[in-house]
Design a protein around this ligand. Sequence first.
Ligand code: NDP
Length: 333
Amino acid sequence: TRQWRLASRPTGEPTRENFDLVTVDRPEPGPGEVLVKTLYQSVDPYMRGRMRDEESYAEPWDVGDPMQAGIVGEVVASEADAFGEGDVVTGNLLWAEHAVADADELRPVNPELGPVSTALGVLGMPGITGYFGMLDVADPSPGETVVVSAAAGAVGSVAGQIARLSGARVVGTAGSEEKIEWLTDDLGFDAAINYKETDDLEAAMEEACPDGVDAYFDNVGGPITDAVWPLLNVDARVAVCGQISLYNATEVPTGPRKLSKLIESRATVEGFLVGDYQHRWNEALESLSEFIQQGDLHYRENVVEGFENAPEAFFGLFEGENIGKQLVKVAER
Ligand code: NDP
């Protein structure tokens, strides 16, 4: 069985040289453990942080070690009461075709509720991030204007639709015409800006938000964020979810900019971590599933085939190749 290991730490953009594909013996589960065959592996922007030798909310990976990833897989051997062979589970395992996991660290996935891959996307960590980040931190009210950056991604697409369902007017940014069409034609965004084709982002943002911005769900930072801040209304909320435009930066170009707008607007800027919502995980899953069943929440997945292509799937996040959740399909059930 194969696994991906961190071969070296990237400087700037990660490359294939930073990853090692190794073949190892298939591990055996011990008492209380199960052996999981990976069906889908998630690649996520925060993994770039774990490749750095810097303390953060997610511990850095050691060079030479296998890397962790969100997995949906099938139990192929069990030494635990909670799961039997054939059960579909999700958890934080390894970039690996097979991995052993403590039964306590896995959640069951019910294949009858929909495609099992959604447990890594709209019905998993990214969906829950969009849900709580929007409702708890950005906190939109009917009629308000809400901006979401990386709006066609896994988190942003959920966050934006939750804002729409809260009655807000929603504006998104994304990096291709196909994404802009998806946002406005399918997800119900009121306006969307292709930042890669816009020379004057501030003017475009102002045009898309004639009444200013009451809440901003930020996934990217950088120039997009610079274009939003001058528009913040009195008592606006900025939910800092991610700053992907800076994850490959070798030097951060400037500190937080345009802070003087916060004085005038008395706006609140608040970071949050989905991990702090572990105790409310099922509450979010129930709401999100209900929205999907009612046709109020749409999602897409961008599936890269083949375990050997996992690094390319990861690189794709920084190129904006994904519409919706970026996944690697590793095996059939
Ligand atoms: P996405 O599915 O949104 O994929 C990343 C997207 O970011 C790309 O598709 C691309 O879309 C956009 N992007 C990449 N580089 C840049 C850039 N330089 N400038 C602007 N946009 C860029 O990923 P996720 O939904 O998984 O994550 C979105 C954000 O949420 C990330 O910042 C992530 O770190 C954060 N996050 C935070 C969590 C928390 O607990 N706080 C939990 C989970 C995720 P485009 O075409 O628009 O360029």
